[in-house]
Design a binder for this molecule. Structure first.
Ligand code: DPN
Ligand code: ZN
Length: 516
């Protein structure tokens, strides 16, 4: 990463952090008795507004407004072109920094309807530009540099003997003395790739190769960078087999490793906005993610969700609410749900209790769309998830739209909420999965191709949006907000005391998802 961009990112992080601090300061001041007069004046203005109503809020959603926002977001993604050679809003890019600014400034322009804050957290960014592993004069087909690997020194090849590591390579004594100055050859399993790389580094290895112990390749990440990491590859069990045998027989194998990459830990930010009106002990929360992948501008994933939130947040300011509404724009979703994970991880128990439900809005305008509802049932999710699911079902049904249920399997930002006892759910329009004949009958579009053929690709631009599906879903988002902002009567309350003894969970799509 060029130093110039790094310093810009740092500057932005600083500005956002300062803005958050300034804002927190203002909030504190408003709560001080001396400013009570101001606060009550604000309340008068709110009281003169009508209570939010679903039909009315839905009627404020227009294709023009959504499209304009998508066009703006694409222009923002283009700010990254200098450095990325294409539009992107990946964390750490200027396109993402400008996305955060756009969200924060749009919210700030809404006056004092919301308390706005940003929340900084660490995330790793990295890219592998080029790599090559040579073992005994041959290049194993399956060899791939791991994500977040450091480059080889001066981005030049390192040479050494291949040194077989004992057991799983998860303890220092698994690394024999001949690892020093060599390229460590380590089996997969038990501990993370990052741990293996660091132990190899501590044993003096110049580089490391982790080989699979089950059929197939390894697409892994070293996770958080460590000064002990060495340049690290993964190879398949098939490619490794003959080398393991040769090394076990005591034969020597020459190896060379080359990686051109960068990796660094940056700060990125979630943006949050909470209505000043409404019962702060009973909040309706919803979120989308502000970041895209590096490959493209992410206008559907998740421009569509995060812009819907912004539009609904804007329209909501014309009404008052009974329950507080909290909007979140998560960062680093694409790096493994980092922003939402961080947010929930630092919530006190009593703060968790105030979030009555969390609604996830990730990909609402896929070009070959289906109307998908997360099948969040109460038997395996916090109580209330199913009521939320049924709100979506009832709305699609009442408005004459077909829908399908999709697995509520933890692949988006709702996961940290439900794992912490907060009811959750959401809707989506599909990513890489291929549309079936039956779904073509239900939703139109084309069977045999993906719901979003541009998922995580450069072509996820404005032309990738299905605007009609987007409007439908944005109205449903408005409906969900209006319904619960008006009343949570009858919406179940989670017994959080009973939860305290709940068992820990195995995350699947989180930051460490590919680490072992
Ligand atoms: N929205 C996708 C992403 O951020 O990469 C993840 C996703 C895809 C979630 C399909 C649910 C279903
Ligand atoms: Zn997404």
């Amino acid at each position: 990463m060029p130093a110039q961009r790094r310093s810009f990112t740092r500057l932005l992080a600083f500005c956002l952090a300062s803005a958050a601090f300034a804002h927190a300061f203002v909030v504190l001041q408003q709560q001080a008795p001396i400013l009570l007069e101001d606060a009550s004046r604000g309340a008068d203005t709110l009281a003169s507004k009508e209570l939010v109503d679903s039909t009315v809020l839905q009627s404020t959603i227009t294709k023009d407004n959504l499209l304009k926002r998508a066009q703006d977001l694409y222009e923002i993604a283009k700010v990254s072109v200098d450095e990325w050679q294409h539009p992107t809003r990946v964390i750490g890019s200027e396109g993402h920094a400008h996305t955060l600014e756009y969200i924060a400034q749009s919210l700030e322009s809404l006056g004092d309807y919301y308390n706005i804050s940003t929340q900084s957290f660490p995330a790793v960014v990295g890219q592998v530009f080029e790599s090559r592993l040579v073992l005994a004069n041959g290049v194993p087909d399956s060899a791939r540099a791991m994500s977040n690997t450091p480059p080889t020194p001066k981005k030049e090849p390192v040479l050494g003997k291949l040194a077989l590591v004992h057991d799983t390579g998860c303890a220092p004594h698994d690394y024999p003395s001949d690892v020093a100055g060599a390229i460590a050859f380590i089996p997969r399993g038990t501990c993370s790739f990052g741990d293996k790389s660091a132990l190899a580094g501590l044993a003096g290895a110049k580089a490391a190769v982790v080989y699979n112990t089950e059929p197939g390749n390894i697409a892994g990440t070293l996770g958080r960078p460590s000064p002990n990491h060495v340049p690290t590859f993964g190879i398949s069990a098939e490619d490794a087999a003959s080398f393991i045998e040769q090394l076990a027989r005591g034969e020597k194998i020459d190896a060379s490793a080359y990686i051109d990459s960068y990796v660094s830990e940056i700060k990125t930010q979630n943006v949050l906005a909470q209505t000043t009106a409404g019962d702060p002990d009973n909040c309706v929360m919803l979120g989308g993610h502000s970041d895209s992948v590096g490959a493209g501008p992410g206008i559907n994933d998740d421009g569509s969700g995060s812009l819907t939130l912004l539009e609904v947040a804007t329209q909501l300011t014309n009404y008052t609410v009974n329950n507080c509404v909290r909007f979140a724009w998560w960062s680093a979703e694409e790096e493994g749900l980092l922003g939402s994970d961080y947010y929930v991880s630092v919530l006190e128990e009593e703060e968790k209790a105030k979030i009555r439900l969390f609604m996830d809005y990730d990909m609402l305008a896929s070009p070959n769309h289906a109307y998908q509802v997360y099948n969040a049932t109460n038997d395996v999710n916090p109580l209330g998830s199913e009521e939320l699911r049924d709100l979506y079902v009832d709305w699609y049904t009442a408005n004459g739209h077909n829908f399908t249920f999709i697995p509520f399997d933890g692949r988006s930002d709702y996961d940290a909420f439900i794992k912490n006892g907060i009811p959750g759910g959401g809707i989506a329009t599909g990513a890489e999965v291929i549309k079936t004949e039956e779904e073509e009958e239900m939703f139109g579009g084309q069977a045999g191709i993906a719901f979003d053929p541009c998922y995580h690709e450069l072509c996820d631009d404005v032309s990738n949006l299905n605007l009609d599906a987007w409007v439908v879903n944005a109205k449903l988002v408005a409906h969900s907000v209006a319904t619960y902002a008006r009343s949570l009567n009858g919406f179940p309350k989670v017994n959080r005391q009973a939860l305290a003894s709940a068992s820990p969970y195995e995350p699947r799509y989180h930051g460490s998802k590919l680490a072992m």
